[in-house]
Design a protein around this ligand. Structure first.
Ligand code: SAH
Length: 250
């Protein structure tokens, strides 16, 4: 099983799903998740897969992005727009390297958007970073399967280079508590954070969604370990308790 998962969000043309599966197979990728595809299964998907039916057969269909990446420690969203200001940006080769690095510890995902509209802001906000293929600015949007091919190639190249590289870094710690929390664990933290900030009346006149957006960015960038996440949960629980004490609720 390849350690890097490919996620197609809301693909509209079944042919593109098949082409993406074929692109994946040529580069050794075999983990495909489809988030609410418009038409699938479909004969066009099978036709375009030409021999990569096994990738299609093993693919998993889920209703929302969060479900496709719940266990991932690193999630990168591919976007045809070159400047996605609120996320760290990577080119395909950088993306391939950090994905392979993190894949030593947890599953990781590369997420692709809809043919017409790409990924929504809400979906991008669930990603640790954005990947942009530096196409010409006036015509920067590649066909979905072509984008999968480019990223797949970079992942393949990074893997081949890595195998050749004898000076591998020392083996990482095996302790699961020292690994970065996965997507689902961070989402739980964000829920706790949002609730506690309400409870301690932190927002005041500030718009809570903007505050939460900045905090999401901070935590996603930091990639906290499970041990660190537990500390933050502990602090939030204490802050909530103090606020209730102060209000006389306890
Ligand atoms: N009109 C859409 C483009 C969608 S293309 C938009 O403006 O976002 C379908 C998907 O292919 C995109 O969501 C993205 O995941 C990927 N893709 C296309 N061109 C890309 C590029 N230059 N860099 C990175 N990903 C790209």
């Amino acid at each position: 099983m390849h350690p890097i998962r490919i996620v197609l969000v809301g693909p509209q043309h079944p042919g593109n799903i098949g082409s993406a599966a074929r692109a994946m197979k040529t580069m050794g990728l075999d983990q495909l998740r489809l988030v609410a595809p418009e038409r699938y299964p479909h004969v066009d998907a099978t036709t375009m897969a030409v021999g990569a039916d096994d990738v299609l057969d093993a693919s998993v269909v889920v209703p929302v992005l969060a479900e496709a990446v719940a266990d991932c420690g690193l999630v990168l969203g591919c976007t045809a727009r070159s400047r996605y200001v609120s996320l760290p940006g990577y080119d395909p080769s950088q993306a391939a390297q950090i994905l392979l690095e993190q894949a030593q510890h947890t599953p990781v995902a590369l997420v692709f958007g809809r043919e017409r509209t790409g990924l929504t802001n809400e979906e991008l906000a669930q990603c640790h970073g954005a990947v942009h293929i530096p196409a010409v600015a006036e015509f920067s949007s590649l066909n979905l399967a072509a984008a999968v091919q480019v990223l797949g190639y970079e992942v393949r190249r990074a893997m081949l280079n890595r195998v050749e590289d004898k000076a591998l870094p020392p083996a990482p710690s095996d302790d699961a508590d020292d690994q970065p929390g996965v997507h689902q664990e961070l989402e739980q933290l964000f829920i706790h954070l949002e609730k506690t900030l309400h409870a301690i009346d932190f927002y005041k006149s500030r718009p809570s969604d903007v505050v939460m957006q900045r905090l999401r960015r901070l935590f996603l960038r930091a990639q906290p370990t499970r041990r660190e996440l537990r500390i933050v949960h502990g602090i939030l629980a204490d802050a909530d308790r103090m606020a209730r004490l102060a209000r006389g609720d306890l």
